[in-house]
Design a protein around this ligand. Structure first.
Ligand SMILES: Nc1ncnc2c1ncn2[C@@H]1O[C@H](COP(=O)(O)OP(=O)(O)OP(=O)(O)O)[C@@H](O)[C@H]1O
Ligand SMILES: O=c1[nH]c(=O)c2[nH+]cn([C@@H]3O[C@H](COP(=O)(O)O)[C@@H](O)[C@H]3O)c2[nH]1
Ligand SMILES: NC(=O)CC[C@H](N)C(=O)O
Ligand SMILES: [Mg+2]
Length: 534
């Protein structure tokens, strides 16, 4: 399998089940150093093989002395690679090296003021007293031999500790959260001061590395790309077009589960505005037949994902008629697809939340070598990459649309009638919320800012309810409105839409979409819900 281009310098974040694991990796990447999360049972040999330039130990919910509490292999701390531990990470470091951890009399949650003690490279350029963010009940009560205490709070005797000669540093507080006043300075001090890293992981270098990796992998062979018109696959298309030009054929599968007007738009954009070979596969009937009567969400995802492979393979066989076989399939797989599918490359530690269509195993008889240059990235990073590649805003800022399409927004089995209802209701939701987002954009000047609605759509549940329209009883379907704020789809909150916007959407759907007599709004965040309903 073709790996994405991993930069030479990498910082690994050892995850003890932190709430902020992703955030740590992001903060490091924001400083232009590549970072990736690894599970906490990683062995010293595995770390050696990855040869990271630095290691960060995350926080975590456990208590170090609890049964089954995760720990760090002390050998890892002795590899000579600089280590920085946060919270549970500090506690785990202390215990691994012979120090002690105890319950504090009262925990510290939220802001705390630390007082520094002595010199520390980690605190360079920060004041003697400063506000940090804490979230802990335990604390280091005795530091391991050779360690110095570099700050304390009233409650916590070891707010930070270090053994600079061995390049081991740790804090009880969380430098990765925005509320820690000088958190980003500390991270910078660690990466560029202690570890002497170069901030060279820039969009331009990412593009260069990816293009070179694709070229090296593919050589003179041919590639087909699953192109949905979405952000991820469009960015991969741009990267592949740069790398291998006309060896690339883009394949758009119209499975009939797309939004109203979408197939026409995608075809228009990629045949008229981009110079790529584009094939539109009409698979509407095949999908409807395969999905008939299927109600289980994972079963639907499996059928849809499997059929995607078959459609791509059929195109590849067709193209190969001219004597030049197609060996590679490129896709816009991104990191959240992988982590949620509990799939390969995460080391299998994550649990399966839902099987993303692009991670379903190949059916018998189908094989491709995969090219997935975005498989380490989050959505907002993909967008930044798209902008750097010169893709237009309407593609870069398109809201995500899942590969299995409307099939996972129709709860229960899928049929033509339900698809029509959902397409029409969804078109109204998009029209109204597109306009709302445009108004916010006009006010803030920022697309996909924290103020705009990130993703919005309609869901059709498998129930009916009683209503009264035109003095007559109705027994018809409700439509669920889902609108969320997010930046990377890993977490999301429901959008606090103004009542007048909600009222207009509800009024229009019931008036304009036959078969619907009620509209409800989903006010659940992710977690505990997910963005999609299936
Ligand atoms: N209708 C489709 N035809 C061909 N390939 C598809 C289709 N839908 C999805 N894919 C493939 O599956 C990958 C993952 O889908 P996903 O929806 O996550 O990405 P996207 O559509 O490119 O971007 P976005 O998340 O913005 O919708 C796509 O990048 C693309 O390679
Ligand atoms: O390409 C995709 N194939 C899938 O199978 C899939 N399932 C969910 N999504 C999208 O991923 C993001 C997170 O979705 P959830 O919170 O529902 O898991 C949201 O943006 C979803 O729209 C998918 N995208
Ligand atoms: N946020 C954390 O890492 C907490 C660590 C540990 N569970 C404590 O309460 O002290
Ligand atoms: Mg999509």
């Amino acid at each position: 399998m073709a790996e994405s281009a991993t930069p030479e310098q990498i910082v690994i974040v050892v995850d003890f089940g932190a709430q902020y694991g992703q955030l740590i990796a992001r903060r490091v990447r924001d400083l232009h150093v590549y970072s990736e999360i690894v599970p906490c049972d990683i062995t010293a040999d595995e770390v050696r093989a990855m040869a990271p330039a630095a290691i960060i130990l995350s926080g975590g919910p456990a208590s170090v002395y609890a049964e089954d509490a995760p720990s760090i292999d002390p050998e890892i701390l002795g590899l000579g690679i600089p280590v920085l531990g946060f919270c549970y990470g500090q506690q785990a470091m202390a215990v691994a090296l012979g120090g002690e951890v105890a319950h504090t009399e009262k925990g510290e949650y939220g802001p705390a003021v630390i007082t520094r003690a002595g010199e520390s490279a980690l605190f360079d350029g920060t004041p003697g007293e400063q506000t940090v963010w804490m979230s802990h009940r335990d604390a280091v009560s005795r530091v391991p031999e050779g360690f110095a205490i570099t700050s304390r709070t009233e409650v916590c005797p070891v707010a930070s500790m270090e053994y600079p000669e061995r390049k081991l540093f740790a804090t009880q507080f969380h430098p990765e959260v925005r509320h820690t006043e000088f958190g980003q300075t500390m991270l910078r001090n660690f990466l560029f001061g202690v570890c002497e890293l170069e901030p060279d992981w820039t969009m331009d270098s990412i593009i260069e590395d990816s293009v070179a990796a694709i070229r090296a992998e593919v050589g003179d062979d041919r590639v087909i790309l699953g192109l949905s018109g979405g952000v991820d696959s469009s960015v991969v298309a741009a990267l592949c077009a740069r790398a291998i030009g006309k060896q690339l054929t883009c394949v758009f599968v119209n499975h009939g589960l797309l939004r109203k007007g979408e197939p026409e738009e995608v075809e228009e954009v990629f045949t008229k505005q981009f110079d790529v070979d584009f094939i539109h596969v009409h698979a509407e009937e095949r999908y409807l037949e395969l999905l008939a009567g299927v109600t289980d969400p994972e079963e639907k995802r499996r059928i849809i994902g499997t059929q995607f492979w078959k459609e791509f393979f059929a195109v590849a066989e067709d193209l190969a008629q001219d004597g030049r076989p197609v060996k590679y399939l490129a896709q816009g797989t991104i990191y959240p697809d992988i982590i949620e599918s509990g799939a390969r490359k995460t080391g299998g530690k994550a649990s399966t939340i839902k099987s993303h269509h692009n991670l379903i195993p190949f059916p018998e008889g189908v094989h491709f070598d995969l090219i997935e240059p975005l498989d380490h990235f989050f959505k907002d990073e993909v967008r930044a990459l798209g902008t750097a590649l010169g893709l237009p805003d309407y593609i870069v800022h398109r809201q995500p649309f899942p590969g299995p399409g409307l099939a996972i927004r129709i709860i229960g089995d899928v049929d033509g009638e339900k698809l029509t209802i959902l397409k029409n209701a969804d078109a109204i939701v998009r029209e109204e919320l597109d306009a709302y987002n445009e108004r916010l954009f006009a006010e803030t000047g920022e697309r996909n800012s924290e103020h705009t609605v990130w993703q919005y759509f309609a869901v059709l549940p498998d129930i009916k309810s009683v209503g009264v329209m035109g003095d007559e009883r109705t027994y018809a379907r409700p439509v669920i409105l889902r609108a969320v704020e997010s930046s990377d789809a890993m977490t999301a909150d429901w959008a606090r839409l103004p009542y007048d916007v909600l009222a207009r959407i509800s009024g229009r759907i019931v008036a304009e979409v036959p078969g619907v007599n009620r509209v409800v709004y989903d006010i659940t965040s992710k977690p505990p819900a997910t963005i999609e309903w299936e």
